[in-house]
Design a protein around this ligand. Sequence first.
Ligand SMILES: [Zn+2]
Length: 283
Amino acid sequence: MSAWKETADGVFTRRFEPVNVTVTAVLGGDGVLVVDTRCSVQEGEELRAELAALTPLPVRWVVNTHVHFDHMWGNAAFDVPLMEPPAEFWGHRDMPDYDPDDAEFAELRDMLLREGGPEWKPKLDALVIRKPDHLVTASHALDLGGRVIEMLHPGRGHTDHDLVLWLPDAELLIGGDLVEQSGPVAYGSDSFPLDWPATLAALAALTTEGTTYVPGHGDPAGRGFLADSREFVTAVAEQIRALHADGVPADAAVAAGSWPIENGSHFTSAVARGYAQLSGTLP
Ligand SMILES: [Zn+2]
């Protein structure tokens, strides 16, 4: 766990373990807006205490960049009965539901217990998923009191419902997992590798020379970092298209491909999703 860092005037970022997730607090005249809430209700409560130590302003808004557990399972710490009055919860309209009876959800729980260790047991037992109910489709501006923040969906990439935040007064872009700094671009079973380059192009179009980019994991970086990530996702998308066009079967494509970094297994999801899109089984 690091300390809060004032990344721009009245904008604080901090990296938290597990999974090195980056939380952002934006201070406005009327309260604090928090972007992403860590991996459990318990961690969300720790976050609430760290925010109270940072500022006397109340947390009025919680924004989730996407549905993944490390970005929103702490939400309930900012809702009644743990916090009164509760924050408003914002997210993208297409954020999927967590269904406790769903096989994918059971798989995620198993993975966390297996790879995260026994400390996950009480966290999972106490899990309360508080989904956003203030929903954004294309874009929405929030006035925090003398400071406006824009939430927008730049297109599909890490998921189909990534929400990014743009602070014009600070020239700061909070991008969630569309770009990560502490690890490679994160392809998963719900990502869109072929759409990702255009989505990062849309993000780049928002930025200026002096823009600070806050990733979903890791430290804030400059505009050049966004450009590097864009090159990376473009190379992956082009490779998937080329392999598909050459008739290389999906199960042989990871091994047959020439990827921008040396880690074949990292591209398994990217290839599977890209192939599904090219063959029309994924819209
Ligand atoms: Zn994610």
